[in-house]
Design a protein around this ligand. Structure first.
Ligand code: DLL
Length: 444
């Protein structure tokens, strides 16, 4: 089945009353919800009661969304300090589910949900699936992990709310994924973009792409580039969408891009976004990059005020070509803690991805960055997979390719990198979030 490209796209909006609401009406809704959530956390969560007292803020000081800047921030460390149930705003018996993330840094972060929280989560994901053109007739192959990680359950709840069929594959066993995808006639699949690429290449290698009914891919949980999206789309002849979320705030479905791919629409009736300058905490203007901060407006079990995500993005409040008025955040370049400072230059793995994919097929978009310190100097090595045919080439040609990649990376990153060419499939494929950087400097 051919992908439905922009020119014959039928726009479906699950909840136009909300997703196309005027900014005044939305601000009024957010204000009502903010006043309510502030009262609930002040009265039920010792941590917030104390934080607000310390700042000299009373619930009565918060009259609407314009007062959000008076509220305290919440950090991942605060969640760890109150692990596992210290931030509950409801009796523990009313918690119906917990989800968590181990993340790349430190201990597990746990989030609790009431039944209403689970329903809202499913609704938000259903809005995203609708944004991707899916309906109750679709068969959604979920190869995100089921378990504490929110990917599997989140997509499952979304498919359920939409009335679509969910296939709970969970992660791993690529051969079985391929068989079920073909046999069950899956029309969409959901997994991390790195695994999507691996699965797409495996399907292509097996020569089964033409027998599939796939039309959409729902990918997120890690940063990925436009070039990577186009690569997966072209192998499978589908449309792919970028879904964002984090377990502290709900899970996948906090935001997603529409067919115009002009930023990710945030479900702002439930999650109030601020993009702040990470050093001054001043609000960034539209288009300016800063740290994304969320306040949950309707969560019952574990509401969070001004949660610092450490994710870097910019915001756009203009109405999108799709008709939605919900503000859009730009595709993520990474987290503040993904960024590596190499010889004083800020480097994100997504820059390497863009550079490699821009080389027109000479190299595969599978890469690993290794940062070492030699003689007090940072050294960046980028391992890059080359095509099988290239590998059998003469050394002279390989050297030329290596030099070319080196030059492209230097241009893209602003810092030189050693390039190590490796054979196809040498770099470990991930079934979940890909590990793109190994920083050995922290061990020395
Ligand atoms: O990754 C939730 C999720 C599952 C999102 C499935 C999308 C699909 P956590 O494990 O708590 O939750 O990790 C959250 O992952 O703060 C971002 O740094 C990163 N992240 C999530 N989605 C995207 C995305 C899930 N689309 C952390 N692009 C977040 C870039 C993303 N980074």
């Amino acid at each position: 089945m051919a992908a439905v490209k922009l020119e014959n796209w039928v726009e479906r909006i699950r909840d136009p009353k909300i997703e196309c609401m005027s900014s005044d009406e939305m601000a009024a809704l957010q204000s009502r919800r903010l006043v309510d959530v502030v009262n609930r956390v002040y009265n039920n969560v010792d941590f917030y009661h104390k934080k607000m007292k310390d700042l000299g803020v009373e619930p009565g000081d918060i009259k609407g969304i314009e007062d959000i800047g008076k509220l305290p921030f919440t950090t991942k460390e605060d969640l760890r300090d109150n692990y596992p149930f210290g931030l509950l705003a409801i009796p523990k018996k009313d918690v119906v589910r917990v989800q968590g993330t181990s993340g790349t840094t430190g201990k597990l972060t746990l989030a609790s949900y009431s039944q209403k929280d689970v329903d809202v989560w499913g609704e938000c994901v259903a809005r995203c699936l609708t944004m991707a053109g899916l309906t109750d007739e679709d068969i959604i192959h979920v190869c995100y992990g089921y378990g504490l990680f929110t990917g599997g359950m989140g997509l499952d709840y979304g498919a359920k709310a939409l009335g679509a069929t969910a296939i709970p594959m969970s992660a791993g066993n690529t051969k079985r994924q391929m068989m079920c995808m073909e046999d069950f006639g899956s029309t969409a699949f959901a997994c991390t973009p790195s695994y999507a690429l691996h699965l797409a290449e495996s399907l292509e290698e097996a020569g089964v792409v033409d027998r599939l009914k796939l039309k959409a891919g729902i990918h997120g949980a890690e940063p990925w580039t436009v070039e990577m999206r186009k690569k997966i789309e072209s192998i499978l002849n589908i449309n792919c969408f970028d879904i964002y979320g984090l377990c502290e705030i709900s899970g996948p479905g906090v935001a997603q891009d529409c067919i115009h791919h002009a930023g990710l629409h945030i479900n702002v009736d439930y999650f109030y976004p601020e993009v702040l300058n990470p050093s001054t905490y001043e609000a960034c203007a539209d288009g300016e990059t800063g740290e994304l901060v969320f306040t949950t407006l309707a969560k019952e079990a574990m509401p969070l005020l001004r949660y610092r995500t450490k994710d870097l993005t910019s915001i756009d409040h203009s109405t999108c070509a799709c008709g939605r008025t919900t503000p859009r955040i730009s595709k993520f370049t990474g987290r503040t803690d993904d960024m590596k400072v190499i010889r004083g230059v800020n480097v994100f793995p997504t820059q390497v991805e863009t550079a490699l994919l821009g080389m027109g097929g000479a190299v595969a978009p599978h890469y690993l960055m290794i940062v070492d310190r030699e003689d007090n100097l940072d050294v960046l090595t980028v391992m890059v997979e080359v095509d099988e045919s290239m590998f059998s080439d003469e050394i002279r040609k390989l050297d030329a390719l290596k030099n070319k990649i080196g030059a492209v990376l230097k241009q893209a990153l602003g810092v030189s990198a050693r390039v190590k060419l490796v054979e196809p499939k040498t770099i470990q494929r991930s079934e979940g979030k890909a590990v793109r950087v190994i920083d050995n400097r922290n061990l020395q």
